[in-house]
Design a binder for this molecule. Sequence first.
Ligand SMILES: *Cc1c(COP(=O)(O)O)cnc(C)c1O
Length: 403
Amino acid sequence: MSTTAPTREALALHGGTPVRKVLLPYGRQAITEEDIQAVAETLRSDWLTTGPKVNEFEEAFAAWVGARYAVTFSSGTAALHAAAFATGIGSGDEAITSPLTFAATANCALYQGGRPVFADINKDTLTIDPEQVSFLINSRTKALLPVDYAGHPADLDALLKIAERNGLTVIEDACHALGAEYRKQRVGSIAHMTIFSFHPVKHLTTGEGGMVTTNDSKLAGILRKFRNHGISSDAGDRQREGQWKYDMVLLGFNYRLPDIACALGLQQLSRLDANLTRRKEIANRYSSAFREIPGVIVPAVSPQLVPAWHLYPIRFELGQFTVGRAEIFRALRAENIGVNVHYIPVHLHPYYRDRFGYKGGEFPIAEAAYESLISLPMFHGMTDEDVSDVIGAVEKVTQYYAP
Ligand SMILES: *Cc1c(COP(=O)(O)O)cnc(C)c1O
């Protein structure tokens, strides 16, 4: 790109030729023949739901993240609900979380009759600010619910220290961060419980699915019962022991992940390392290109961290372009770049406004981040050409709207 007078190529938004012919989504799964084979074999086997693949997947996943226990769930949302239950969150109890997340993170406290309390975020990493967290702790606080935004781990050391001082449980929402490292340790073995999602846009998919990892055997036991109606044994145990009796010991749900899905998860896990390497390559190409564009802020990476790059969100500095974020977003979509925005801050959703009286302005850093964010396509199946298209489109649109 020349740095002389900017060339203003006609935007697709105004009838110009789009950078690509077909829309590139912001995220998508990659399914191989081996994945299909594994699912087909399970369909031909004796077990469709809770059978041998569940244990195999849980053991392989626990080993991969370096945690003692892994418990599968039917979704990341169900996994969050179970973690809130296992923490003992009840009526009137508070869980402190980030406003810049998917609503499910905060909702899990509501499922238990508790209340999500939001703490503003760090302006660089966009993860929850431990100092803001410590201001909010009181006798009703039960849990901290940090989010590893975009795949960048939250400030876990500081949060665990606060938790220890106040007798709290840290439930880390790592739905973006499978494979991320925090001080040379993989996410999944650090917080009291860590939550993962296997939705198709995430690093590893089972269609729908989720996981909680923990090193605490007592928590693992509660999680296993909670996903199976609160019953203290599973169908496999009963068949092996040839008995009909079972005990329901707590009020749980049917949140089980079937063997069919776990067979897919096991196959996907075997390619996770390659997937993470590819995401890192894409992030590096993006960051070196976008760092050169005035008014564009690339994602910050704290020292001693390895992000998992679920998302690649860039921010546009207000006043550095002749239009706002909404117009830049529309222009990139017209170029067939499937941009997205992560996230509308949770407290600004109508349900939260109505129930808790939020009006906007309560969390200025999260709200300002939201106003300026655009997530660019980021998934391991992207080709080098796809990456070039995204870079070309961002350059084209930002040059067009440069002052
Ligand atoms: C995807 C996601 C969830 C929910 O996961 P599901 O599997 O879709 O229920 C929760 N929190 C965050 C941050 C997510 O990205």
